[in-house]
Design a protein around this ligand. Structure first.
Ligand code: AMP
Length: 268
């Protein structure tokens, strides 16, 4: 990708509530086709029909685009939500989040992290030791944007994921998002499960072990989901980390390792 890149973002809402969103980097020639695809995606999202769909397109300076490698991916094959949440808790602690903060983070996503228990548009930014919430707006949160896969890396990733039965948009997009989050200075870990009622899997990502998937982190039918970025920085560094996550363009042109499944809790 040497031609100039545009960032394109979609955000769909109903009655002011977040329904769905997506972000990509693309050359001009593919912009109109991608815009149509994102509108279609907003219209067909399982969380419901939007009243408003916003598309935002920005031209990026070529030299501002960072190239990077995706994190390694491994699945921990839990068979129940309770097992998944226990394993996610252990992964967060392994990554360096204090145990009480890790548990509070899981409880926050269970109850809905937006004010009133709803779904946030972006992620919670949480201090990994004190548990303090640092995002300026607890309904919007921090929205990671301006990241994508290089087309040739995307083709190879799809082939590799297909072998494991994991070639779906949830996994591909979450891997790219987590990859950018892990590049942020001071990031300790990310916890995510989807707000899509048809998708129960989630993950914990950390700079040490990469992207660890859990097939069950919430019950099917549940519309509450979200993301928490556990971070070890201090107050004076918040603006810089948020600016990196929201605005620095990152294009992933190399894949991380696809690791064998980890031992399931029954075997461990
Ligand atoms: P999804 O994986 O798309 O189902 O998103 C699950 C939750 O993660 C959403 O409800 C948001 O709270 C959050 N989220 C989704 N996309 C982003 C993003 N680009 N940056 C930060 N948080 C996000």
């Amino acid at each position: 990708m040497n031609s100039p890149l545009y960032s394109i973002r979609m955000h769909a809402t109903r009655q002011g509530q977040h329904l769905s969103g997506a972000e990509h980097l693309t050359p001009a020639e593919q912009l109109d086709a991608l815009a149509a695809k994102l509108v279609r995606r907003a219209l067909e999202h399982p969380r419901g029909t939007p009243e408003s769909i916003q598309l935002t397109v920005d031209l990026l300076e070529a030299e501002a685009v960072q190239r990077a490698t995706l994190p390694a991916l491994a699945t921990l094959p839990v068979t129940t939500v309770a097992q998944g949440r226990q394993a996610a808790l252990s992964a967060l602690v392994e990554a360096g989040v204090s145990p009480a903060v890790a548990q509070a983070g899981i409880d926050l996503l269970i109850s809905g992290a937006a004010p009133g228990g709803g779904v946030m548009r972006g992620a919670v930014l949480m201090q990994a030791v004190s548990g303090e919430r640092l995002e300026a707006d607890p309904a919007r949160g921090v929205r990671v944007s301006r990241m994508d896969l290089d087309p040739s890396a995307a083709t190879t990733l799809r082939q590799q994921l297909a072998v494991r039965g994991l070639d779906n948009a949830h996994v591909r997009e979450a891997l790219v998002l987590a990859g950018k989050v892990l590049l942020a200075p001071g990031m300790v870990a990310e916890l995510c499960w989807s707000d899509d009622p048809d998708y129960s899997a989630g993950y914990v990502a950390s700079p040490t072990f990469g992207y660890r998937r859990f097939p069950h982190l919430k019950p099917l039918g549940e519309e509450r989901g979200g993301r928490i970025f556990f971070w070890r920085g201090v107050a004076s560094e918040i603006a810089a980390v948020v600016a990196f996550l929201e605005r620095t363009p990152v294009l992933f042109d190399a894949l991380g390792e696809l690791l064998p499944d980890l031992p399931s809790p029954q075997e461990a």
